[in-house]
Design a protein around this ligand. Structure first.
Ligand SMILES: Cc1cc2nc3c(=O)[nH]c(=O)nc-3n(C[C@H](O)[C@H](O)[C@H](O)COP(=O)(O)OP(=O)(O)OC[C@H]3O[C@@H](n4cnc5c(N)ncnc54)[C@H](O)[C@@H]3O)c2cc1C
Length: 380
């Protein structure tokens, strides 16, 4: 067992760290206030290869491994979790979904642009009445021979307004239950496809989240991903990898808050000494450092499983469950260590605390991760 990063991994991590510090940090508070994220930053992330990290270079990707992916995700998330969720959805839900299960034509047409960041993708599974219970799809895709007709509503869609390519899950044959669900590639601008207003959120406010409406949208048959009825399996398989990305996001939010709290505790004085000299504060830092390291091990293990070709359903669920809990607990503690300064935007920790919460909700809530883990350990 080797816990050391390779020289290449260190270079990748440092490049992401440098980008986060020089490009993401300036303006992060304003982007959170205004709920915006400029195209110029998305383009830069594309130029650095962050939008198609694990995609084969023959489709325009960076051809890196999952360890590189989580290193990049952690560094971006320390500074701006709105940037990292865009990266995570594009990489592990959209690019991975197309590369692993798409036809050669679909890869040529869509993947090569998505992997370079020329266009951005969105993954559309959730509906007003189908969140955790994703099998209750109300969106329908009626088979019309050479095309499908799509009707329904998707909500909470990350990159919902910004994306050009949408992977949409819909029910074709209700009698077949989850085996009657399909996944489709839908393009922005297809007649009948409408994008609702942006959600006003607690955290990741720079990420654009929308409700989408499909009214008799004609989707060519060649835009279906996989065999007829593969849609639910497609969603579960892509989400399993997505959870590695969100676990790494949670890890980054936690470690970003920890680094700020550590620095502050060595500068701020109370009762004639730096607050880090008070054991109550030092013990908080000790708990943070320990639990963040434990989360990092789980995240790395899940990424390693993916790189080895092992099944990563359990390890990704464990990593997401634990890292998101660590992010929530320790961003609250980081605010506490900052005292009153923790409560204002200038010190960044209040934003990280707000951003942490979503990691316990999307790509499967913490309760759903426990269902995945308990089923895994009880199945034999
Ligand atoms: C900012 C944001 C971005 C998102 N991005 C996307 C996206 O890009 N694409 C997409 O498809 N979706 C996206 N989502 C949706 C997200 O995945 C869902 O919100 C999530 O899966 C939970 O579904 P729900 O909100 O319907 O909650 P519900 O399923 O209604 O759950 C409510 C509560 O009940 C609990 N619960 C439900 N069932 C069980 C059970 N069997 N046992 C125990 N507890 C249970 C849940 O854990 C939760 O605590 C996003 C959501 C947000 C807020």
């Amino acid at each position: 067992m080797d816990f050391n990063l390779t020289e290449e991994h260190i270079m990748i991590r440092d490049a992401a760290r440098d980008f986060a510090q020089t490009e993401l940090l300036p303006g992060v508070i304003e982007r959170d206030n205004t709920q915006t994220f400029p195209d110029s930053l998305v383009r830069k992330m594309g130029e650095l290869g962050f939008m198609g990290i694990m995609v084969d270079p023959k489709y325009g990707g960076s051809g890196m491994d999952a360890i590189s992916y989580v290193l990049i995700m952690e560094e971006l998330s320390k500074i701006d979790a709105s940037a990292s969720v865009m990266v995570s959805v594009n990489n592990s839900l959209v690019c991975y979904g197309l590369e692993a299960f798409g036809t050669e034509e679909q890869k040529q047409k869509y993947l090569s642009k998505l992997a370079t960041g020329e266009v951005i993708g969105a993954f559309c599974l959730s509906e007003p009445e189908a969140g955790s219970d994703a099998t209750s799809q109300k969106t329908t895709a009626i088979d019309m021979g050479d095309h499908y007709i799509l009707n329904g509503t998707k909500n909470w869609i990350t990159n919902g307004g910004r994306a050009d390519v949408y992977l949409v899950i819909a029910q074709t044959d209700r009698d077949k239950g989850h085996r009657g669900i399909n996944a489709f590639i839908v393009e922005k601008g297809m007649p009948g496809f409408d994008i609702g207003p942006k959600e006003d959120k607690l955290g990741i406010r720079g990420s654009d989240t929308h409700t989408l409406q499909f009214n008799d949208v004609k989707v060519p048959k060649e835009n279906r991903i996989g065999e007829d009825g593969f849609g639910f399996k497609f969603a579960m398989k892509t989400l399993s990898g997505g959870r590695i990305g969100i676990a790494a996001q949670a890890l980054g939010i936690a470690s970003g808050a920890y680094e700020l709290a550590l620095k502050y505790s060595k500068e701020r004085k109370a009762f004639g000494t730096e607050i880090s000299n008070h054991q109550a504060i030092a013990f908080k830092l000790a708990d943070m450092a320990t639990e963040i390291e434990a989360a990092r091990m789980l995240v790395m293990k899940a990424a390693w499983d993916k790189d080895q070709g092992n099944n990563y359903d359990m390890s990704s669920a464990m990593a997401k469950l634990y890292a998101s809990q660590v992010a929530m607990t320790h961003t609250v503690e980081a605010v506490q260590i900052h005292g009153g300064n923790g409560f204002v935007k200038e010190y960044h920790v209040e934003r990280l605390m707000r951003d942490a919460k979503i990691t316990q909700i999307y790509e499967g809530t913490s309760e759903i991760q426990k269902i995945v883990i308990s089923r895994g350990i009880l199945k034999d």
